[in-house]
Design a binder for this molecule. Structure first.
Ligand SMILES: [Zn+2]
Length: 324
């Protein structure tokens, strides 16, 4: 099922990369393919407060009323508070279904317990993951963050939990500068925070090698009942904000793996700032989930030496908790 509301277009600032045209490009393409959408409902204050401080919740409400920005990156208009609640609610709606994609804005994975940053107001993926545990929809949640940026907010929120694993593949160095291999969680959460930093220029071959070398074995040991994907597409070769060289093939193959693995899965839109590349990347993710036409191409798994060496370091760092 695809979750979407036109209300998501009401958070907008012309000239800012995180604008309504991103979602409009996606919806235009999906409507051409005759795909249908389900309307979300807003997350409640209680839902937000499972992962954010009351002060943060009230601050976003106030800044939205005053139409003030948090910082140079992160804007709010008078609709932004309601739209952000609907974005978090869209992901909660998504986890009702065996396979879904929540096409939400604003994005969420940089929002920390008490701070909005990096275009993000509330951490949509975190809100829904905590909801899934609380409402016993899943005993174990696996958050897979494929946005090109590290999801510092999601990492912080779940850093000392072992019922919600956070794993991120991201470009390093890049905003927000977090996401080191050595950051593996704390207390009972040790081993349940996994960072895979990869160099600028990372292509399909190196990325899929990392996915199959680290993500697949860990997921098979965790045996999650729900996978929530922070689906950012700013790792695409045409994206203006980062330097990965990924194509739709990678997004297709990740979604295909999750479909064949058979787990309940919700994809959640994060970044992706070339509207056309974004729209086709979302379509390539939906394709295996809902049996839509797509021209899959074989990708040879020939990682760069640098990627190979990084994966050896990641495996070594994680070997206390996981087998490879
Ligand atoms: Zn991003």
């Amino acid at each position: 099922m695809i979750i979407y509301s036109p209300t998501y277009l009401k958070h907008h600032l012309g000239g800012h990369p995180e604008n309504k045209y991103r979602l409009e490009a996606i919806i235009e393409l999906l409507m051409k393919k005759n795909l249908k959408f389900v309307e979300p409902v807003k997350a409640s204050e209680e839902d937000i407060l499972r992962v954010h401080s009351l002060q943060h919740y009230l601050n976003i409400k106030k800044l939205s009323e005053q139409e003030r920005s948090v910082d140079a990156d992160t804007y709010l208009n008078k609709n932004s508070f309601e739209v952000a609640l609907l974005a978090a609610g869209g992901v909660i709606k998504g986890i009702d279904y065996k396979r879904s994609f929540a096409l939400v804005r604003p994005p969420g994975h940089h929002a920390t317990i008490d701070k909005a940053m990096g275009f993000c107001l509330f951490n949509n993926v975190a809100v829904a993951s905590a909801y899934a545990i609380e409402k016993k929809i899943a005993k174990r949640v696996f958050i897979l963050d494929i946005d090109v940026h590290h999801g510092n907010g999601t990492e912080q929120i779940f850093y000392s939990r072992n019922d919600i694993l956070y794993l991120s593949l991201h470009q390093h160095p890049l905003f927000p500068g977090t996401g080191y291999i050595a950051n593996t969680g704390e207390g009972i959460g040790e081993g349940y925070n996994i960072n895979i930093p990869m160099p600028p220029g990372t292509d399909d071959s190196s990325y899929l090698y990392a996915f199959e070398t680290i993500v697949v074995p860990v997921m098979k040991q965790v045996k999650p009942e729900l996978v929530v994907v922070s689906a950012g597409y700013d790792g695409h070769a045409l994206d203006p904000l980062a330097n990965f060289m990924l194509t739709e093939q990678t997004y297709f193959k990740i979604a295909k793996f999750l479909k064949e693995y058979g787990v309940r899965v919700t994809f959640v839109l994060e970044g992706g700032y070339n509207p056309d590349a974004l729209a086709y990347s979302v379509y390539s993710t939906l394709s295996p989930l809902f049996n839509l036409d797509f021209n899959e191409i074989e990708i040879e798994r020939k990682p760069s030496n640098e990627t190979h060496n990084i994966m050896e370091k990641v495996k070594n760092q994680l070997s206390t908790w996981w087998d490879f």
